[in-house]
Ligand binder design. Structure first.
Ligand code: TXA
Ligand code: MG
Length: 323
C-alpha cells in the first residue's frame, strides 16, 4: 500500500526526490488534478508510469517544468507561445510545441511524436521539479480510462496497490485537467478544454482558438479526446430535468429537479452557480455518486462559458457509450 506524505512535512521533498532518482513514479498534488510523476528523461521511469496506469503507450504524457528556461531546453517557443506561457504559467495551460533535436525528454514520454506537451504547474509540484532539476512526465494519477483524482484518497483508492508514494496537498484547487493548446504556425488549436477558459486565452492571444481537433492522418493528436474517457462506474445521463427513482443527482446553481425525493443522493456542483467551484467539485461528486449505490447518475445542465466548457467536455465523455 502506498505511503501518503503531506507536502507541508519538511522531509517530504527530500524523500520524493530520492524516489524520483530511483526511477519511481510517485503521485503528487497539482492545482488541476493529482499527477503520477516520474523523470521524463529516464525510459524506465516513464515505463513505470504507463504500467501503473495501464495506459496505452501511444498516448503521450505532459512534461512538467519548473520554469520557461527548463521548457526551452526541450521545445521551441514561437513569440505567440512565449506570450501565452508568460500570461498563464505557472498554471493550468499545457502547450504542445515542436521538440528540439537536442531535447532530453525521452521518446517514450512523447510517444515518438515530433512535438511535446509542456506545462508549468503551481505550488509544491513546481518546487519538486525545480529541486529535481529535470522535467517530470505526469499524467493524471488514475488507472487509464477512470475519473481523475482530486484528493490523495482518490489516488490511494485507485492506484494505492501499484505505487509507493503519494504526496498529499489536499483537494486540488482547479479540479479539472489543464487546457491543452497546440501552437502551430501562429495558429492556436484547442486539443482539450480545461482549467484555463478559452476566452482568457483568446484575450491574451488576440485571436480565435480553433476547435475542434485538427486531424493529421492517423496520428493521435490528443488521445484524452477519445470518447469514454473519465468514466465513472455507473451509467451517466446528461441534461436531466427530472429524477428517475434511485438515481444519484448532480445539479448546478441551486436549481431543484422534479422528483428529488426519489433520488438516492442529491449534490449541487455550486449552489451559487460558480463554475470554478463546480469544476473543483466535479470529479469528487462523480466518485461519490458511484459509491452511493444508485441506479445511475443524472446530471443537470451546466452553462458552457468559462470552466463550463471543460466541465461539459468531461461529462459528455463520461456519458459516452462504452465498449
Ligand atoms: O492538468 C493536467 O494536465 C494533468 C496534471 C497532472 O498536470 N495531467 C494530465 O495528463 O491530464 P494526461 O496524461 O491525463 O493528459 C495529457 C493529454 C493526453 O490526452 C495526451 O494525449 C495529450 O495530453 N498529449 C500529450 N502530449 C501530446 C502531444 N505531443 N501532442 C498532442 N497531445 C498530447
Ligand atoms: Mg488523464
Amino acid at each position: 500500500m502506498a505511503r501518503t506524505l503531506p507536502i507541508s512535512d519538511p522531509e517530504t521533498l527530500a524523500i520524493a526526490i530520492e524516489a524520483l532518482r530511483r526511477g519511481e513514479a510517485i503521485a503528487v498534488a497539482t492545482e488541476t488534478v493529482y499527477g503520477l510523476a516520474a523523470d521524463a528523461t529516464n525510459p524506465d521511469a516513464v515505463t513505470a508510469i504507463y504500467e501503473a496506469k495501464g495506459r496505452p503507450r501511444f498516448n503521450p504524457l505532459i512534461a512538467h517544468v519548473a520554469d520557461i528556461e527548463m521548457a526551452k531546453a526541450h521545445v521551441d517557443f514561437s513569440p505567440l507561445a512565449e506570450r501565452l506561457a508568460e500570461a498563464f504559467w505557472p498554471g493550468p495551460l499545457t502547450l504542445v510545441l515542436p521538440l528540439k533535436p537536442s531535447a532530453k525528454i525521452h521518446p517514450l514520454a512523447t510517444a515518438g511524436l515530433e512535438t511535446a506537451a509542456v506545462r508549468m504547474p503551481q505550488g509544491f509540484a513546481r518546487d519538486l521539479i525545480a529541486a529535481f532539476g529535470r522535467p517530470l512526465a505526469a499524467p493524471s494519477a488514475n488507472r487509464s480510462g477512470r475519473v481523475s483524482p482530486t484528493t490523495a484518497k482518490h489516488v490511494a483508492d485507485d492506484l494505492g496497490e501499484r505505487i509507493k508514494l503519494i504526496l498529499d496537498g489536499g483537494p486540488c484547487r482547479v479540479g479539472v485537467e489543464s487546457t491543452i493548446l497546440a501552437v502551430m504556425d501562429g495558429v492556436l488549436h484547442l486539443l482539450r478544454p480545461g482549467g484555463v477558459p478559452v476566452e482568457a486565452i483568446e484575450d491574451i492571444a488576440g485571436m480565435t482558438v480553433k476547435r475542434p481537433v485538427p486531424q493529421s492522418g492517423d496520428a493521435v493528436i490528443a488521445p484524452g479526446m477519445l470518447a469514454s474517457h473519465y468514466a465513472p462506474e455507473s451509467a451517466l445521463r446528461l441534461n436531466a430535468s427530472t429524477v428517475r427513482p434511485g438515481e444519484a443527482i448532480i445539479r448546478f446553481g441551486g436549481k431543484r429537479l422534479a422528483g428529488e425525493a426519489e433520488a438516492r443522493v442529491v449534490m449541487d456542483l455550486s449552489p451559487s452557480g460558480d463554475l470554478n467551484e463546480a469544476a473543483a467539485n466535479l470529479f469528487d461528486f462523480l466518485k461519490r455518486a458511484d459509491a452511493a449505490g444508485a441506479t445511475g447518475i443524472a446530471v443537470a445542465p451546466v452553462p458552457m462559458h468559462g470552466l463550463g466548457e471543460a466541465i461539459n467536455d468531461r461529462l459528455s465523455r463520461a456519458a459516452a457509450p462504452r465498449d
